[in-house]
Design a protein around this ligand. Structure first.
Ligand SMILES: Nc1ncnc2c1ncn2[C@@H]1O[C@H](COP(=O)(O)OP(=O)(O)OP(=O)(O)O)[C@@H](O)[C@H]1O
Ligand SMILES: O=P(O)(O)OC[C@H]1O[C@H](OP(=O)(O)OP(=O)(O)O)[C@H](O)[C@@H]1O
Length: 211
């Protein structure tokens, strides 16, 4: 049982893209897993077990070693700051973290910034030498400047559709986001051969996947 590789996969928008990559690499993870309610999926023929997790929890499972490796967005890695190895940029779920506001936004003293990423936002404005009050929200962040909760927001932008439909503009890009393969530090030593093999197999298909 010990040589089984436990992989934490994020439910939601990353899942299908990650499953496609694993498939291309010859790893038989079901692509329709999310349609059921099963959370632990053994794939004995590949000596792997997939754990379906909420995206933000993936680094936690990996840091504590209940998953050996995991797939997670760079946004979550930056926010959670967990003690894990980042092994590979998978190039999927590409978007960016940005500061966003209304077009007629004006600088005020101690502005309020709403975000799902309070650590990322605090660090960014600290580095800019700007004092801000960060308000943590859990979704629909674009609402905050529209209804007067915050002056600006820090959130992800992919196509820009959400901004456009809500009359908001991207003001500053903070960093680019893609999903990463991460590993538990002890697992990386103890299961180095199988983790490295998986890493190599995934890396080999990245150009084919055109991500
Ligand atoms: N619009 C987007 N385009 C591309 N990638 C995105 C976009 N929004 C999020 N992502 C990436 O996908 C990851 C997971 O997002 P997803 O919306 O599935 O989960 P979540 O934000 O944790 O939502 P929920 O609270 O619904 O579980 C994010 O951490 C980010 O890396
Ligand atoms: O630039 P776009 O292509 O419009 O994508 C950006 C939107 O996608 C994400 O929202 P998500 O769908 O995860 O919803 P939530 O954060 O509001 O729950 C993000 O928080 C933006 O709102």
């Amino acid at each position: 049982m010990d040589d089984i590789l436990k992989v934490a996969m994020p439910k939601g928008r990353i899942y299908k893209q990650a499953a496609k990559l694993f498939h291309l690499a010859g790893l038989p993870i079901p692509e329709d897993l999310e349609e059921g309610r099963r959370l632990i999926i053994p794939v004995p023929e590949a000596r792997m077990e997939f754990i379906l997790a909420k995206p933000v929890d993936v680094p936690t499972y990996v840091e504590y070693g209940v998953a050996d490796i995991g797939v997670v967005g760079k946004d979550v890695l930056m926010e959670e700051n967990r003690n894990v190895y980042e092994l590979l940029d998978l190039g999927i779920a590409r978007c960016r973290m940005s500061v966003i506001g209304l077009p007629d936004w004006k600088q005020v003293i101690n502005p309020r910034v709403a975000t799902k990423y309070p650590n990322v936002a605090s660090q960014y404005f600290r580095e800019q030498g700007q004092q801000v009050e960060v308000i943590k929200l859990n979704g629909s962040i674009e609402l905050a400047p529209l209804i007067g909760l915050a002056d600006r927001i820090v959130d992800m932008v992919e196509t820009g559709q959400t901004l456009m439909e809500n009359g908001l503009v991207e003001q500053e890009e903070i960093f680019q986001i893609t999903s990463r393969l991460i590993a538990n530090r002890v697992s990386y030593r103890m299961k180095n051969e199988s983790i490295q093999r998986l890493c190599d197999m995934l890396q080999a298909v990245l150009p084919v996947a055109k991500v």
